[in-house]
Write a protein that binds this ligand. Structure first.
Ligand code: FAD
Length: 547
């Protein structure tokens, strides 16, 4: 395609953008351009679920964002990777498939967003997935995202699941069904042990269509306005700057960091932020870049008697080859997931009306609790900073954090990383609930079913007994769960950025359609909800065009 004019221009081929690319081009009536800053997704480590360790210690497929240093997390700036490839963050994530607390969608609607209750979003949650189990009223059987339940019932996972029940958490075989609460094996968006991300499911099947153009390595710089109407976009490909026109709409799906960044670069946002950055104000919208929320992830680590955790496997060539062969021929084992095998959605106190914490078993333990350290080491176990003994960790987060941060541009340069203030632990609810969650992990670990596998707690260790010591551990070791949301929040109040049809308030021809529109945390991992947003957005856009 050579014409620089399209019906729709989509920015970002991530979880939501891939859905838009597919659905908007499906009828053949609309000419669609999808721009992606990253490369294609033809990389071995994207296909192999356990390859996430290679992805996050490299540069090939991620933006290496960093939060501003913050006293509340021990003065640290925290590594905040986002996907940068066809598939976006779905190409680099942990593949854990969670739709969230059904009640949270009803909450979204009650906040002034008609159509976003559970009954409004359930048709999309079903349409997007293909899962052979569970209640057909809730689960999809024919969608493009293949979902698999983790199959290897190893001693640690079994011990974790049984111990959680001994500690009072009910069992569940499907946390994506009508009941969210419970402990059980994880579901992953994999097929036969291979990652199945949004580009696999939505984009690749659509790329042969003549009316869909996909440009990778194309960095959107700013939206072009005529008055208050978005009519096109400027993007950079290599050293060349190109302008394309949108006959109908510009759709931002650049994710929670870069959708607000693009709005601000285009003159939509807080007046003082724009003026400081030297950007002309097109429309003042104070909520842009605000309401940032993420799950702060904290782990308690243990040395275990069970020999086969990733700590030992990745340091032993024979065990590594055995794990590789099992994955290659059967699509099973620890290479078919990103180290997490099972999780519990639970209440930190029995008197609560609904679950408020999640904790999950990781079949590895490491000093830094994230992947950014030791990047030069040759061995992947050293690069990840894994302990040399066999170990596991139970990681936790507060399902609905109240702490809010922000993301704003520093200047008018689209290639400059924005300033991210995560502002973790700034709300007392999050501090209190996090400490309760850590106590819950210890309760689970002390139950006979799991205690039999434990040599000792290694981090923070038994000396960290009181709340202050636990909070110190949280501040020093907490990391992102990679779930930023909310920076272009949906709603109808003065701080809202988009309305319930995802149209940016105060301008025309422009929508935001990705994780950034979530008004609150959907109480879970955010990939499935982002894909759902892409599905619902597609219908909203097509409805406005008459199909
Ligand atoms: C390491 C990691 C692990 C995670 N693990 C899980 C998990 O196990 N389960 C789960 O449910 N969720 C997980 N998540 C979160 C989940 O993947 C994201 O919430 C979801 O993918 C967000 O989708 P999105 O469409 O909003 O944005 P993204 O998928 O991030 O897509 C945004 C896309 O826009 C592109 N882009 C940005 N700016 C521009 C620009 N200016 N021009 C052109 N293109 C641009 C980016 O390169 C990217 O491809 C994880 C995320 C990460 C990073």
């Amino acid at each position: 395609m050579t014409e620089a004019e399209f019906d729709y221009i989509i920015v970002g081929a991530g979880s939501a953008g891939c859905v838009l690319g597919n659905r908007l081009s499906a009828s053949g009536r609309h000419r669609v351009l999808l721009l992606e800053a990253g490369e294609d997704d033809r990389w071995m480590w994207i296909k192999i679920p356990a390859g996430i360790a290679h992805i996050l210690t490299g540069d090939r497929a991620i933006w290496r964002f960093q939060t501003e240093p913050d006293e509340k997390v021990g003065g640290r700036g925290i590594f905040w990777p986002r996907g940068r490839a066809l598939g976006g963050s779905s190409a680099v994530n942990g593949m854990i498939w969670v739709r969230g607390d059904p009640l949270e969608y009803d909450h979204w609607e009650s906040l002034g967003n008609p159509g976003w209750s559970l009954s409004g979003v359930l048709p999309y949650l079903k349409r997007m997935e293909q899962y052979a189990h569970g209640d057909p009223e809730f689960r999809g059987r024919n969608g493009p995202m293949f979902i698999t339940r983790y199959k290897d019932h190893d001693p640690l996972s079994e011990g974790f699941i049984a111990a959680s029940q001994q500690a009072g958490v009910p069992a569940t075989t499907d946390y994506n069904g009508p009941r969210f609460e419970g402990v059980g094996y994880l579901q992953h968006n994999t097929r036969r042990g291979r990652r199945r991300h949004a580009a696999d499911a939505y984009l690749h099947p659509a790329m042969k269509r003549a009316n869909l153009a996909v440009e990778s390595r194309a960095l959107a710089q700013r939206i072009v306005f005529e008055g208050r109407k978005a009519v096109g976009l400027v993007y950079r490909k290599g050293t060349e700057e190109r302008t394309v026109r949108a006959r109908r709409e510009v759709l931002l799906a650049a994710g929670s960091i870069q959708s607000p960044q693009l709005l601000e670069l285009s003159g939509i946002g807080q007046r003082d932020v724009l003026q400081r950055a030297g950007v002309n104000v097109v429309h003042e919208l104070p909520g842009v870049g605000e309401n940032l929320r993420d799950h702060l992830h904290v782990r308690i680590s243990f040395e275990t008697r069970v020999p086969g955790t990733l700590n030992t496997i990745l340091r032993n060539p024979f065990l590594k080859a055995k794990m590789g062969a099992r994955w290659l021929f059967l699509g099973r084992g620890l290479m078919a997931c990103s180290s997490a095998t099972s999780m519990a959605i639970a209440r930190s106190r029995p008197d609560l009306p609904r679950p408020d914490i999640k904790f999950q078993l990781h079949q590895l333990s490491m000093a830094s609790s994230h992947y950014a350290d030791n990047r030069k080491a040759r061995n992947i176990a050293d690069r990840m900073g894994l302990d040399t003994h066999s170990g596991f960790a139970i990681g936790t987060y507060v399902l609905r954090p109240e702490s809010q941060g922000s993301v704003h541009i520093r200047d008018a340069d689209a290639s400059r990383h924005p300033e991210i203030r995560a502002n973790y632990l700034s709300h007392e609810h999050d501090v209190r609930t996090m400490i309760a969650a850590l106590r819950m992990i210890r309760k689970v670990a002390s139950q006979p079913a799991l205690a039999q596998h434990i040599v000792r707690e290694t981090r923070p260790g038994p000396d960290a007994a009181d709340d202050d010591a636990l909070l110190d551990h949280v501040r020093k070791t907490g990391q992102t769960s990679y779930h930023p949301i909310g920076t272009c929040r949906m709603g109808n109040d003065p701080q809202a950025v988009v309305d319930a049809s995802l149209r940016v308030h105060g301008v025309e021809g422009l929508r935001v359609c990705d994780a950034s529109i979530m008004p609150t945390m959907v109480a879970s991992n955010t990939n499935a909800p982002s894909i759902m947003i892409g599905e619902k957005a597609s219908d909203l856009v097509l409805a406005a065009a008459g199909g």
